[in-house]
Ligand binder design. Structure first.
Ligand code: SAH
Length: 255
C-alpha cells in the first residue's frame, strides 16, 4: 500500500516512520511511504506556502496552488486514482473502522495543514476530510501519522501476528482484555503500603478453554464498564452474548 504525505515539515515524519513496526514494514516494501515537502512545489523565490487571509483577521492560510501542484506531481509520478485525505478538526471522526476501510485502498495521499488551515478551494481536490478527535493541533503531521499508523496495522504482513490485530480494542466493537507477562508476582509500593501483585490463576492454569472464556468475560466487562456505547454495534458470538447477559444481570442485582 502506498502513502504520500504532503507537509511543510517533512522531518517531523522521520521519527515515527523510522522505528518499530512502521520502519520494518517500509524496509520490507509492504508499505511505501513518500513524504513530500510542500515548498518543493512553490514557484516564487521565497518558496512561500502561506499568505494572509482575504477579509483580514489573524493567522495565515496555506495557499492552494502549491498543494494543487504537489497533487499533480504525485498523480503523475505515482499514478492510480487518488484518495486525497485532508486532515482537519472539521472532518469526519477517524475510527478503527475507518482505518480498516482505508487499508483496502491501494494508495492514499494525506495533506497536512498548518496555521489556520488550507484555502477552502483545496477541498476541490480532496476526497475525504478526517479528524483524529475534538481538539485542535498546531499541524496535520501528527494526525496524518496517526492515520497512517492505524491504517498500516491492517495491511497484511505489517503486524507479525494478524490475530493480534483482530483481537485489538474496537476491532470487534469491544475493548481488549487485560494482558500479563512474567514475573508471576511483583512487589509494588503504593500509598496504601507494599503489596504483592499476582496474575489471575486461570492464565497459569493451562486450560485454554477457560482462558478464552476468561478473556471474553474481561473484554466484555471492561467494555460494559468503560464504553457501553460500543456494545450497541458489537458483533458477539453466542458465548459472548451469554456472558454479557450474565454481566448485565449481576450489575442489575448490584444496583
Ligand atoms: N482553523 C482550523 C484549525 C487549523 S489547525 C479550524 O479551526 O478548523 C492547523 C492544522 O492542523 C489543520 O489544517 C489540520 O491539518 C491539523 N489539525 C489540527 N487539529 C486536527 C484534528 N483534530 N484532526 C486532524 N487534523 C487536525
Amino acid at each position: 500500500m502506498r502513502f504520500d504525505l504532503v507537509t511543510i515539515f517533512p522531518r517531523l515524519c522521520d521519527g515515527p516512520l523510522g522505528e518499530g513496526i512502521l520502519r520494518r514494514a517500509i524496509e520490507r516494501g509492504i508499505v511505501d511511504v513518500h513524504v513530500h515537502d510542500l515548498r518543493d512545489h512553490t514557484t516564487d523565490r521565497h518558496r512561500s506556502v502561506d499568505d494572509v487571509p482575504y477579509g483580514g483577521g489573524p493567522g495565515m492560510v496555506l495557499k492552494p496552488d502549491p498543494i494543487f501542484r504537489a497533487l499533480d506531481a504525485i498523480g503523475a509520478e505515482r499514478g492510480t486514482a487518488l484518495t486525497v485525505i485532508l486532515t482537519s478538526p472539521q472532518g469526519r471522526r477517524f475510527t478503527q473502522a475507518e482505518a480498516e476501510r482505508l487499508s483496502r485502498l491501494e494508495h492514499i495521499v494525506l495533506l497536512c495543514g498548518r496555521y489556520e488551515g488550507f484555502d477552502e478551494r483545496v477541498r476541490e481536490r480532496v476526497t475525504e476530510e478526517l479528524s483524529i478527535g475534538d481538539y485542535v493541533l498546531t499541524g496535520g503531521e501528527l494526525p496524518a501519522l496517526v492515520v497512517l499508523d492505524a491504517v498500516a496495522r491492517f495491511v497484511p504482513g505489517v503486524v507479525g501476528d494478524e490475530q493480534s490485530v483482530a483481537q485489538d480494542s474496537f476491532s470487534r466493537g469491544l475493548l481488549d482484555h487485560p494482558h500479563y507477562t512474567r514475573p508471576a508476582t511483583i512487589r509494588s509500593a503504593s500509598r496504601s503500603g507494599e503489596r504483592e501483585l499476582g496474575v489471575p490463576d486461570v492464565l497459569m492454569s493451562g486450560n485454554h478453554a477457560e482462558i478464552r472464556r476468561w478473556r471474553k468475560r474481561e473484554a466484555l466487562s471492561r467494555t460494559l464498564e468503560r464504553r457501553p456505547d460500543l456494545l450497541d454495534d458489537a458483533s458477539l458470538d453466542d458465548e459472548e452474548a451469554q456472558i454479557l447477559r450474565e454481566l448485565k444481570g449481576a450489575r442489575h442485582g448490584r444496583d
